[in-house]
Design a protein around this ligand. Structure first.
Ligand code: HEM
Length: 423
């Protein structure tokens, strides 16, 4: 089905029946209950048991799962571990009816690339995301947050996830890239659906929705690139198009893939930082009050919320050779899952890790990863988190939960379905 030029169902793409492509998730890769039942709303007891009982664990899918801070950090920093699935042994092969085969994978996203392609592409966009370039956005971010909080004051409450967590980062990344804000209704929902493709175990419906969203994103940005080629502006998309036209630095496929990644990464994760972070403070009210009464804590408090309940739970790598590290053997080709959220609560690394301490100073957490793939948008996410959550708690001293929130059943990107509060 096609609506307004966009795909709305997978049946638009003939000859593929995606419905049989993926098994229903069974979570066996998290231990089939051997570390306790996995609960989206409280995964921490399972992570604690894994870290204590089997910190280097071969799961039933043949993946090595790491839960200690030091092990996760060492793997992420080691260039002998590739971010790409191309080194997996046995190689990953999609079934012929898997809808992911419909996606145009002419260029892998930056996040899955190894040097030298990774180095070349990252350099093209990194200037726009340095802490200094990002700091210039602070006044604009504050204006956007104040507008949202004014509306909340009029209405007596807000959904922190939808009204602040989604709204703020999506406007900021649209303005940075040069995506027209009026197009927002078109891509509402696509980011969330497409980012599910990071998860391994998906129901057929979720998989189909993800693929449809990814195809739509690609076609939306093709149209935008054509428009900006005709009339360039002072925005990141126009800057990248200029690099593409020079020919040797950026191919057309790479351009599409990097812009879609920036767009999705630019808000899907930050939305969850704002949602998870506010929820953590509402549960540890003494910490909310400490931060509210001391604005010099802005930076430390956000770092702590990133550690305590980060929006990204894991990432993965594949050893390109047989590796001995920290007394563990990592065979070439066997995928490694670094559960960074478990590492962030490792008592060997953090004192009293299951509590929020908004003044925690020694807080080198893993939520933005480590090594060459360290999050390119970290400075932007930190800025948005500081302004959004800091302003929310200072403006509304009586901030209260309006209803008990639930986490979404996403594994890689962790966030709440909604967070209704009264002000
Ligand atoms: C709290 C919010 C965010 C979190 C927790 C987060 C987390 C991460 C993580 C864990 C990685 C690396 C994954 C790996 O090592 O395999 C990453 C990479 C990346 N992030 Fe973020 N991110 C956030 C916000 C952002 C924002 C706002 C942007 C952009 C505007 C962004 C853009 C990127 C890009 C482009 C990469 C790929 C970097 C590379 O491969 O060199 N992220 N992010």
């Amino acid at each position: 089905m096609v609506d307004d030029g966009r795909v709305t169902e997978i049946s638009d793409v003939p000859e593929v029946d995606g419905s049989a492509a993926a098994p229903a998730p069974d979570w066996s890769f998290m231990g089939d209950g051997r570390f306790g039942a996995y609960d989206w709303n409280d995964p921490w007891p399972v992570y604690d048991r894994m870290r204590a009982e089997a910190p280097y664990w071969q799961n039933p899918e043949g993946i090595t799962v790491l839960t200690r801070f030091a092990d996760c950090e060492a793997v992420l920093r080691d260039p002998r571990f590739s971010a790409s699935n191309d080194h997996d042994d046995p190689p990953r092969v999609l079934q012929p009816d898997d809808p992911r085969l419909l996606m145009d994978t002419g260029a892998q996203p930056l996040i899955f690339l190894d040097p030298p392609d990774h180095t070349r592409l990252r350099k093209l966009v990194s200037k726009a995301f340095t802490p200094r370039s990002i700091e210039r956005l602070r006044p604009r971010v504050q204006v956007l947050v104040d507008d949202i909080l004014d509306r909340a004051a009029d209405e007596g409450g807000l959904d922190v996830v939808a009204d602040l967590g989604f709204e703020l980062p999506v406007i900021v990344i649209c303005e940075l890239l040069g995506v027209p804000l009026d197009d927002r209704p078109q891509f509402a929902g696509w980011s969330s659906a497409a980012s599910r493709l990071l998860d391994d175990e998906l129901t057929p419906d979720v998989l189909n929705e993800g693929v449809v969203a990814a195809i739509n994103f690609a076609s939306y940005f093709e149209d935008l690139f054509a428009e900006r080629r005709r009339s360039p502006r002072d925005d990141l998309v126009s800057g990248l198009l200029a690099a593409e036209e020079e020919g040797d630095r950026l191919s057309a496929d790479e351009l599409g893939s990097i812009v879609v990644l920036l767009f999705i990464a630019g808000h899907e994760t930050t939305m969850n930082l704002i949602g998870n972070g506010t929820y953590a403070l509402l549960r540890e009210r003494d910490q909310l009050v400490r931060w509210r009464d001391d604005p010099t804590l802005d930076a430390l408090a956000v770092e702590e919320l990133l550690r305590f309940d980060g929006p990204v739970h894991l990432t993965g790598r594949t050893p390109i050779e047989d590796i001995e590290l920290h007394g563990h053997h990592f065979p070439r080709g066997r995928r490694v899952m670094t559960l960074v959220s478990a590492g962030n609560r490792d008592p060997e690394r953090f004192r009293d890790p299951s509590h929020v301490d908004v003044s925690r100073a020694d807080n080198h957490q893993l939520t933005f990863s480590q090594g060459i793939h360290y999050c390119l948008g970290a400075a932007l996410a930190r800025l948005e988190g500081q302004v959004a959550i800091g302003s929310l708690v200072r403006r509304f001293p009586d901030l209260e939960l309006a209803e008990q929130p639930r986490y979404r059943d996403h594994f890689v990107l962790r966030g709440l379905q909604s967070l209704q509060v009264t002000v």
